[in-house]
Design a protein around this ligand. Structure first.
Ligand SMILES: Cc1cc2nc3c(=O)[nH]c(=O)nc-3n(C[C@H](O)[C@H](O)[C@H](O)COP(=O)(O)O)c2cc1C
Ligand code: SF4
Length: 705
């Protein structure tokens, strides 16, 4: 296959007086690694890695112009005093030495200034809100999570101050003074944050700004504060110095928010005030409901239309964001829909994206799987971690040292843990043999891509890397002790996954009750699947699908299963965790009447919060009946009995799917150890930890060999 050249994406560009080597920026993302506002070594290592990876310009996570006043965290960059300049200078020097440009994001956090609340100050707002957001999603947050959500505010309740003229003059001055310090420190550009519900964006928003003075009402008035900030900053830094403004192209949610048309009007005013580029993001009013619409969209290219609308209204460069994959980004730039793109999570997952696509190695880019694990930590005032990149916030993990002598590593299990272990060991120079009992690589990850299509990119990436690194893959091979011993390995890594059992209730062995493994078999037609649960016609169809290879491609399975699936009309899913919930939605989308019985109080665990909230809402919108604190009592051939408290219920079921009952399974590792082999355990075989647990565990084990 010929590699795409990405000519538009990789072409050089310019904003004001700043030359940029290509069109990719790192989108601002809080790392929360600062120590009381001071840039730390961790922060420098993070941004430098992205610059070294070929990113034209890195934009730092939001910093507070008047820190700690108007700050969201004590761990974000501070710009409020000259004492912060040397740290910022060290960051600029390091990014420059790596070949990149540095832009710092300047903000006053307004109604989300948690540090104000923690320190007993009111938060600055344009006007007081009537009504409160719907917080019902927090019902699925365990107590520990609720406690951690209150970290930044120290559990205190926010109070508000409606900004008066004096406050606004002070805000404008603070932005200008911060800009002066940032420029003085050697930073190449500034981004003024007028999006995401922070102070400037609340003035721009019809929902939050109910004022009837010169700062409220018409879009000219609502944009006045941002325009005044831009003017003051430009006066301070000069005409040639690039000042970007981040705007919401749209405000999602039930309230009457900013539209793209209005945002385009604001963008034109902001251009006239002196801005040099507009960065089109988006926001949702209620982060506990619509966070996966904005500011972290689930859909690839989610803000494309808003960006186009704004691009037509201005003549300065426009930056697009929102799950920008290189192909889409290249296409949008080529079509003149935007001039630059910023990538957030994708560059957390792989800082070397630009270098890799420049070298014609697109398939080696480690994909972001849109799992929201990173940003969940920000809700807790913590440092992001990445499910697929264990080196995030710990960059030295990415440096793999070669083995000092030849090693033969045998990996058993071709799921994410096994493939990652094989990849790391092979990168370090080991001869690696990977044994997989199924007919393809991916394991449970392959199956998960049916319900979570973004996981497909991870299967592809791991498969490609394993192949590229010359790992010997033995498919359709059962790894027993004799076989493994005969390979004379130095180390055996066991990544055979978890055991999926049945609940201990009457009827759990009935043929229409499917465990996770059996379900996987009947949907994907895996060669060793037990088809006993199927009726005669269903068995014939699945066997035929297998024979013609129709079930070997996840997209095709997703498509075909919309027409037919060997699963009855009424389905009870036992277990409302990550797997149960995603499965329920998949089945409901395919016309099944689904009831989810969750024993605990919370649904969707251990999905990261924003994704969990959306998954619960979407399952409900698809008609799935969600029952919390449901104790399974028995299963008959056409119904399921359960208790909630003292009440008993029966629900009709043509199939019952057991999505829980997952247990770590080290039995093969024990047998191999008993034979005297040097064994390590990774992934769900060691401890059930899903993708993040498997990848992080495998990296650690293979690094430590
Ligand atoms: C961990 C994390 C922290 C973020 N912090 C910021 C921030 O400080 N300022 C900001 O404007 N956007 C922030 N964002 C939003 C990103 O800049 C970006 O707009 C968003 O992630 C969508 O882009 P993506 O789909 O490429 O990730 C953050 C995103 C993530 C994942
Ligand atoms: S944690 Fe998940 S969403 Fe965040 S960057 Fe990593 S893969 Fe992407």
């Amino acid at each position: 296959m010929t590699e795409r050249a990405y000519n538009s994406l990789l072409s050089s560009g310019r904003i004001a007086g700043l030359e940029l080597s290509n069109r990719v920026f790192l989108a601002a993302m809080d790392m929360n690694l600062c120590v009381d506002g001071e840039i730390s070594d961790g922060e420098i290592a993070h941004y430098t890695a992205r610059a070294a990876g070929g990113t034209a310009m890195v934009i730092t996570g939001t910093g507070a112009v008047a820190w700690p006043v108007g700050a969201t965290s004590r761990h974000q960059p501070a710009f409020s005093d000259d004492r912060f300049i040397p740290g910022i200078g060290r960051l600029a020097d390091s990014v420059h030495a790596a070949g990149g440009r540095l832009c710092m994001q300047l903000c006053h956090h307004g109604k989300t200034a948690s540090v104000d609340t923690a320190e007993g100050r009111p938060q600055l707002v344009p006007s007081l809100l009537d009504g409160t957001p719907d917080l019902s999603a927090l019902r699925d947050s365990p107590m520990d999570e609720l406690r951690r959500l209150a970290t930044a505010t120290q559990g205190k309740k926010a109070t508000y101050k409606v900004a008066d003229e004096e406050d606004l003059v002070w805000v404008i001055d603070q932005f200008a003074a911060a800009a002066r310090r940032v420029k003085f420190a050697g930073v190449d550009a500034i981004e003024i944050h007028a999006a995401h519900g922070y102070l400037l964006s609340t003035f721009l928003s019809r929902t939050y700004n109910k004022r009837d003075d010169r700062w409220g009402g018409s879009i000219e008035n609502r944009a006045r504060l941002t325009c005044e900030v831009v003017r003051a900053v430009k006066r301070e830094v000069g005409a040639d110095y690039p000042v970007l403004v981040r705007l919401n192209g749209h405000e999602y949610g039930p309230w009457d928010g900013l539209t793209a048309a209005e945002s385009a009007e604001a963008a034109a005013l902001i251009e006239r005030a002196g801005a040099d580029a507009i960065h089109v993001s988006a926001n949702a009013h209620n982060p506990f409901a619509d966070f996966t619409d904005g500011p972290l969209p689930s859909a690839v290219g989610a803000y494309r239309e808003h960006t186009k609308t704004i691009k037509q209204a201005v003549s300065i460069p426009v930056v697009a964001v929102g799950r920008m994959l290189p192909e889409l980004a290249d296409e949008m730039i080529a079509a003149g829909e935007c001039d630059f793109v910023s990538m957030g999570r994708q560059l957390l997952a792989d800082p070397e994206l630009v270098n890799k696509i420049r070298a014609g190695r697109r398939r080696s880019v480690r994909p972001c799987i849109n799992c929201y694990v990173c940003v969940e930590q920000n809700f807790f005032d913590g440092n992001p971690k990445c499910a697929v990149n264990p080196a995030l916030c710990n960059e030295e993990v990415a440096l793999l040292t070669p083995f000092d002598r030849p090693r033969h590593v045998v990996v058993i299990g071709g799921g994410p843990g096994g493939m990652e272990a094989a990849r790391v060991a092979a990168t370090r120079g080991a001869k690696v043999t990977l044994i997989e009992k199924g007919g393809r690589l991916g394991g449970t990850l392959w199956f998960s891509q049916l319900t979570t299509p973004a996981n497909e990119m991870l299967v592809d990436w791991l498969t490609h890397e394993v192949e590229r690194l010359g790992v010997e893959v033995l498919l359709g091979t059962r790894a027993d002790v004799d076989l493994v011993d005969s390979l004379r390995p130095d180390v055996v890594i066991v990544a055979t996954g978890a055991r999926r059992g049945r609940p201990d209730v009457p009827g759990a062995d009935l043929p229409h009750v499917l465990t996770g493994d059996a379900l996987r078999g009947v949907i994907t037609g895996e060669a060793d699947a037990d088809l006993a649960a199927l009726g005669p016609l269903q068995r014939v169809v699945v066997a035929a699908g297998r024979a013609v290879g129709a079930l070997s491609d996840a997209n095709r399975v997703r498509r075909l299963s919309k027409m037919w699936m060997p699963i009855g009309r009424r389905v009870v899913v036992v277990g409302g965790g990550l797997v149960g919930l995603e499965l329920a939605e998949y089945l409901a989308e395919r016309g099944r009447h689904v009831t989810v019985l969750e024993e605990g109080q919370h649904l969707g665990l251990p999905m990261a919060m924003p994704r969990r909230w959306t998954a619960v809402r979407e399952a409900r919108e698809h008609g799935v009946v969600l029952v919390r604190e449901a104790r399974l009592v028995s299963i008959s051939c056409d119904s399921v009995r359960y208790h909630v408290g003292d009440e008993q219920f029966d629900v009709g079921a043509d199939n019952v799917i057991v999505a829980g009952e997952v247990r770590a399974d080290a039995s093969l590792a024990d047998e191999l150890s008993a034979r005297g082999l040097n064994v390590r355990l990774v992934g769900d075989a060691a401890e059930v930890g899903y993708i993040e647990g498997a990848i992080h565990g495998a990296m650690k084990v293979a690094r430590d060999l």
